[in-house]
Design a protein around this ligand. Sequence first.
Ligand SMILES: Nc1nc2c(ncn2[C@@H]2O[C@H](COP(=O)(O)OP(=O)(O)OP(=O)(O)O)[C@@H](O)[C@H]2O)c(=O)[nH]1
Ligand SMILES: [Mg+2]
Length: 200
Amino acid sequence: MLSLAKGFYNYLNQKEEYTVLILGLADSGKTFISEQIKEIYTGLPALNSDTIQPTIGVNIRKININKIQLKFIDLGGDEQLRDIWEAYYSPCNGILFVVDLAKPESINQTFEVFKNILSAPELSSLPVSILGNRAETENAFPLYQLKENLNKLLDIIEDRDCRVFQISNQLEIELPRAISWIYHRMLDNKLSHPPIMINT
Ligand SMILES: Nc1nc2c(ncn2[C@@H]2O[C@H](COP(=O)(O)OP(=O)(O)OP(=O)(O)O)[C@@H](O)[C@H]2O)c(=O)[nH]1
Ligand SMILES: [Mg+2]
């Protein structure tokens, strides 16, 4: 009887946690975006963009939406640091992939990295939200070309959910849209990629 009551108590005091990796090349704006997520969903002020330093290890950010916890893991994108990404691939429920639209010259490298992510078995069939960052920059890589590049990857993307969002300081609504989109896709995939249960 006692263990039944304890089980019920634990059930009431647990919630689902979904893990989202924030990946992309160095300097693409992963930590900047993670800071924006913090401000939007927790009300705590984002770090001033001038004070954000390149990520050497990992930044963890937790937010709650409708009693569900999202844990964002922001990893350093420097080439030498990308080897540690794999250590965070499992358990994972979704991916935010950040593309720096202000650096058209790095688009090919960006797509090489993206293809590696898509081919990782641990990440197969996970939803990917592609965030085209710094969209407001003059001469930014056009979104339609980004989508054209993605169309060439359809054989690797297969039937996974994948959607592009344009992030810019003039379109504040897009980041919450991207988060809401991945949140719902992760809930849709709950059976194949379950969340972990954490104590509240
Ligand atoms: N104003 C503005 N600054 C940005 C934006 N995106 C990134 N930055 C700044 O550009 C610099 C690099 O961005 P980070 O967020 O550190 O890039 P990162 O992808 O986390 O880089 P690594 O940690 O090295 O992989 C930081 O100083 C950011 O504050 C943006 O959209 N607007
Ligand atoms: Mg960073």
